[in-house]
Write a protein that binds this ligand. Structure first.
Ligand code: PHE
Length: 468
């Protein structure tokens, strides 16, 4: 796709929907309202720190972090996305994502010691986001036909290689390397909708802890009689076939206690927290933690008891363990009161200097920059028809196209109308695109240029037929 060259600044004013409430007693900061729908290799390059050449999408290959990946029918990564690879915001000193990562590390270092007073959890924040499809999915027992593998939801370099969609992609390799307790922070990539809480690149922190029979039961009365595993057990909603109920209950208790203590450390004791049962292919039982935020429950992390088959394949078949994955942007937005996820990419001093504290525990309350008006424009088109009657167009394809042309000028894209002509069965959609710049007022004219480019590209790239 040819990219329209538009100078794009990442800074945006707070979205009109954000509001501030008096801080609950133990919160350290003002809190911006977030909606409850918020969220979260064969090349074997382990470090992303190298001064690798700039990523390029060539005719035949994609070059990124010093590796070259032949293009094929799965290649869908764009140059705008590749340009983010290697930015490593989580490793940039005093960036808000770095700050929250450091607070989490400090909490784990202080709270969990090994036998010799050493930190129990090792921390890894430099694993390459370029992973094999096998790492991202198969290693986690995600079936070949699972919906999460869709091209429309991920950034593939080719059929075998992708930008990781979650930090869980590294669970197996780190367990295999002999680690029993680790934290792992990194950038993750997902094709998604566009609004103040979704960005195609975000950051996660993964945590894993394994227990041997002795470690789990030594503190329990008559613990020496208990066992992690049972033969001929059954999988129930509460446990896997391989585990004894008492093992699962202790692992689950430790997991929930660890995460509750972490959230209390970050947000204060008074935060209301609840556990919701859910499903992940690589944990069972699985849970999500939600926190009460401005009256709404907001999901902040996923976790569970690791599937024993995963541990067996990683050479840790004599241990049982838990894993969690949390979204760093979401936590930082709540903790610091950052109203828009694009702000994390800002290089503007007015944003960055607010996080330059001498002590990482010092409270930070983000002062929104001045606010410039939004401009919105609608776009309507007929969707392409396929001969077999199926559909070749997905909403994420359109969001991707808008991102690759409008970049961070685009604050939000929403589907405002979806219509099927009852006679012809032709389907049309209308999207509203909200444009906004944080450092200045956009002119109608510059927005029109971008918008027209989006209209043209939607026709040429996606095969839609404009209704304008
Ligand atoms: N990887 C999951 C996600 O991104 C979160 C998760 C991590 C769930 C570890 C369970 C265990 O949604």
């Amino acid at each position: 796709m040819r990219l329209h060259q538009i100078p794009v600044s990442l800074l945006l004013p707070p979205s009109p929907s954000s509001s501030f409430s008096p801080r609950p007693p133990l919160y350290r900061c003002c809190l911006a309202a977030l909606s409850s729908n918020h969220r979260t290799a064969s090349h074997r390059r382990l470090s992303t720190d190298s001064h690798a050449p700039r990523p390029v999408i060539g005719q035949d290959s994609v070059e990124v972090l010093g590796g070259s990946y032949p293009r094929d029918d799965f290649t869908n990564v764009t140059s705008k996305i590749l340009a983010k690879v290697g930015r490593n915001l989580h490793n940039q000193s005093h960036h808000p994502l770095w700050l929250i990562k450091e607070r989490i590390k400090a909490h784990f270092y202080r709270s969990y010691m090994g036998r010799w007073g050493n930190p129990l959890f090792s921390v890894h924040d430099n694993l390459s986001p370029v992973v094999s499809v096998e790492q991202n999915f198969d290693s986690l027992l995600i079936p070949p036909d699972h919906a999460s593998r869709k091209k429309g939801d991920n950034y593939y370099l080719n059929r075998n290689t992708m930008l990781r969609a979650h930090t869980s992609a590294h669970q197996r390799e780190l367990v295999r390397s002999g680690l029993d307790a680790f934290l792992l922070a990194g950038d993750v990539y997902r094709r998604d909708q566009i609004d103040s809480s979704h960005y195609p690149v975000f950051h996660q922190m993964e945590g894993v802890r394994l227990f041997s029979n002795h470690e789990l039961f030594s503190k329990v009365q008559n613990g020496e009689e208990l066992s992690l595993f049972e033969r001929g057990g059954r999988r129930t909603p509460h446990k896997q076939e391989a585990h004894t109920l008492e093992a699962v209950k202790l692992v689950e208790f430790d997991l929930k206690q660890t995460l509750t203590a972490l959230i209390a450390h970050l947000f204060g004791e008074d935060l209301e927290v609840r556990w919701v049962d859910c499903y992940f292919p690589f944990t069972h039982p699985s849970f999500e933690m939600e926190v009460r935020f401005h009256g709404d429950w907001m999901e902040v992390l996923g976790c569970g008891v690791m599937e024993q088959e995963l541990l067996n394949s990683a050479g840790a078949g004599n241990k049982a363990g838990w894993a969690f994955g949390l979204g760093l942007e979401r936590l930082a937005m709540v903790l610091f009161g950052i109203p828009d996820i694009r702000l994390f990419w800002s290089e503007d001093e007015r944003f960055l200097r607010q996080f330059r504290v001498s002590d990482i525990q010092q409270p930070v309350c983000f002062q929104p920059l001045s606010k410039y008006p939004p401009l919105h424009n609608d776009i309507s088109f007929w969707l392409p028809e396929r001969e077999d009657g199926g559909e070749s167009f997905t909403e994420n394809d359109f969001y991707e196209l808008v991102r690759s042309i409008g970049g961070d000028l685009v604050e939000k894209v929403s589907l405002v109308d979806d219509f099927t002509n009852p006679k012809t069965r032709r389907r049309s959609q209308c999207y509203r695109i909200i444009y906004r710049h944080m450092e200045r007022t956009l002119t109608q004219q510059e927005v029109r240029l971008v918008h027209e480019q989006i209209e043209r590209s939607a026709e040429s790239e996606l095969g839609v037929e404009g209704r304008y």
